[in-house]
Design a protein around this ligand. Structure first.
Ligand code: SP5
Ligand code: ZN
Length: 345
């Protein structure tokens, strides 16, 4: 399979995340992508390519230009607060919730940081912008290669993207790679694009970016937000708004869900996607549904990932796969390569 690889991903390397009142070691580490790359090389199943020039116009269409500008300059502003910050990841401490003003832009960097993110678990580091921007570029490039006739392409990148919204980051995500791929497909001539999000967590960023649009169908299979991150979104009654009504599908499943039950949800998702008559498919491919994942609660096995891949391959749709979550580093290569290998066979 064509793999569009982000070779600057290690520039984003969070040291810590806030978890239950403590700064703990982050789980979204560079080894995740390196293990996938190694396994694809070991199986001889990857044609690796680097992306071309970044399309900043597309980036500023999917994301708010003010957010893009904030992210690009955030590290410099963080260090300007205190030179000692150069040795610390930037994490927010303040958020403007309901009763606060949403029409003010404080001078304070930490105040603005809280306007652009929704958790304290997504460390922003010196190279976060470089890594995220190149990752976005990988997803856009993968989409353009599929438009040019490649049957499928995989954007192998981190940080992941599906939690990032039009003007906010969070959930280890900064720029929404899958949304950028979908918009690139639309702009390149695909009339209808479906996004299937199989990461363990609800793809809140992708959902919100396309929520009022009928040309991009978003379908997500994820852990029930009543018990799992991102908690405040991802419920089945969220079906789209305005012209987008009916083009958003959430299929939450309880903790403990095994491969058989998960695959039944996949059939429902695919039924919806086929009825939509999509011209192209984007898959937000997280493998944190794995039974050994340290932060998740589903029970998919190595073999289940083969089943998922072969089922997606049978659709025979032009497909862009974008790497999302998955934190069982020792097994992440096997699980991801299983999906891609079975997809091709
Ligand atoms: C892309 C993706 O899968 N993002 C997931 C973000 C989940 N964040 C909330 C869970 C935080 C768990 N962190 C635990 C670290 C303790 N070792
Ligand atoms: Zn996830």
């Amino acid at each position: 399979m064509l793999i569009v690889y982000n070779n600057v991903h290690p520039r984003h390397h969070g040291r810590v995340e806030m978890f239950r009142g403590a700064l703990v070691e982050g789980v979204e580490v560079p080894a995740r992508v390196e293990r996938v790359r190694q396994e694809l090389v070991r199986r001889g199943m990857g044609r690796f390519e680097l992306p071309g020039e970044m399309d900043l116009a597309l980036l500023n269409k999917v994301h708010a230009p003010s957010f893009v500008a904030f992210l690009r300059g955030a590290w410099e502003e963080w260090v300007a607060l205190d030179p000692g910050n150069a040795g610390r990841d930037a994490l927010p401490s303040y958020w403007p919730i309901r009763a606060f003003r949403s029409d003010v832009v404080p001078d304070s960097f930490v105040a603005r940081l809280g306007q652009y993110t929704f958790d304290a678990g997504t460390p922003l580091t010196a190279g976060s912008w470089d890594a995220a921007c190149e990752g976005a570029n990988c997803a856009i490039t993968a989409a353009r290669r599929v438009l040019a006739g490649e049957p499928a392409a995989f954007a192998l990148t981190r940080p992941p993207g599906h939690h990032a919204g039009r003007d906010y980051f969070g959930g280890y995500c900064f720029l929404n790679n899958a949304a950028l791929a979908a918009q690139a497909l639309r702009d390149g001539g695909a009339q209808r694009v479906a996004i299937l999000d199989v990461d363990y967590h609800h793809g809140n960023g992708t959902q919100t970016i396309f929520y009022d649009r009928p040309d991009v169908l978003f379908v997500s299979i994820h852990a029930d937000p009543r018990t799992d991150y991102p908690y405040y979104i991802g419920y089945p009654e969220e079906t789209g708004a305005g012209l987008g009504e009916g083009f958003n599908v959430n299929l939450p499943l309880p903790r403990g869900t095994d491969g058989a039950a998960w695959c039944r949800a996949l059939e429902m998702a695919l039924q919806r996607i086929q009825a939509f008559k999509a011209d192209a498919l984007v898959v937000s491919l997280g493998v944190d549904t794995y039974e050994g994942d340290p932060i998740s609660g589903f029970r998919l096995t190595h073999d289940d990932f083969l089943r998922v891949g072969s089922r997606l391959g049978r659709l025979a749709m032009p497909t862009v796969l974008v790497f999302e979550g998955g934190y069982a580093v020792d097994d992440i290569g096997i699980n991801t390569a299983n999906v891609l290998q079975a997809y091709l066979s």
